[in-house]
Design a protein around this ligand. Structure first.
Ligand code: ZN
Length: 250
């Protein structure tokens, strides 16, 4: 009896010696396999933030006159002596009423305008013409004074005209219908330009309904080159440069 009891107790101890370490061993294996399985999951969760950081938005400047991203208006004027260094005559149809010196644009803006006019022709068989490009400070001053100076709001103040930057293009039909008039906005040429200029880096700079923000009357013909990235943002979000700048400095 005593021998059998001793044997039972022996078995229990033996079982404990074998089963407990074996359990720990198997549990360890299970944990390892869990770690291995979970690893790819945790890596893939971390990846989107690492691989796709928030892209930086284009920033307007009010001090660098030669920047394509220069905000130009009555409040933020160009220096009287500023003349762009890369003015070029674009290879497009040109308004015979304006001298060639005032149909020049900065090189990038000129090339973009060539692509835009070619697309208008190719896509909708529209003939666009450049009515006005670069305008020196002195010319803007003369136009401003003869229009009535401070007593009017139609002509931009000297230094406040984008034409001095060589980045503004007044666009017209090849004939003289609605030349530099609001009704250009109702012409097929004006409608197409307003809807497609952003594809080539241009924006309709003084839109209808935003006169209080831009400080300039609706100009269906005046387009400003800002580069394709910013032009797309402004077009898609229906923002003027002034509104975009406000958002930037807030
Ligand atoms: Zn203009």
């Amino acid at each position: 009896m005593a021998v059998r009891k001793l044997h039972n107790w022996h078995y229990i101890v033996l079982a404990a010696i074998v089963i407990i370490p074996a359990s720990y061993f198997l549990y360890g294996l299970y944990q390892n396999s869990e770690t291995v399985q979970r690893q790819p999951e945790s890596v893939s969760q971390a990846n989107p933030a690492q691989l796709d950081p928030q892209p930086a938005l284009p920033e307007l400047t009010i001090s660098d006159d030669s920047s394509v991203l220069r905000l130009i208006n009555a409040e933020h004027r160009l220096a009287p002596e500023y003349v762009p260094s890369d003015l070029a005559l674009p290879d497009v149809s040109l308004d015979s009423r304006n001298p060639e010196s005032q149909l020049r644009l900065r090189a990038d803006a000129a090339q973009a305008l060539e692509r835009m006019f070619a697309a208008a022709k190719e896509e909708e068989d529209l003939d666009l013409q450049l009515a006005s490009g670069y305008r020196p400070y002195s010319t803007q001053e003369a136009i401003y004074n003869s229009a009535g100076g401070e007593n009017q709001t139609l002509v931009a103040v000297p230094g406040g005209s984008e034409h001095q930057s060589g980045l503004a293009a007044d666009i017209k039909r090849e004939d003289f219908v609605c030349r530099l008039e609001e009704c250009f906005g109702n012409q097929p040429e004006g409608i197409w330009s307003a809807g497609n200029a952003h594809r080539f880096g241009y924006i309709l700079r003084y839109p209808e309904g935003k006169e209080d923000i831009t400080g300039i009357s609706y100009e269906a013909w005046h387009f400003r080159y800002v580069g394709e990235e910013l032009a797309k943002i402004l077009h898609d979000e229906n923002l003027t440069l002034e509104e975009y700048y406000q958002r930037q400095v807030q």
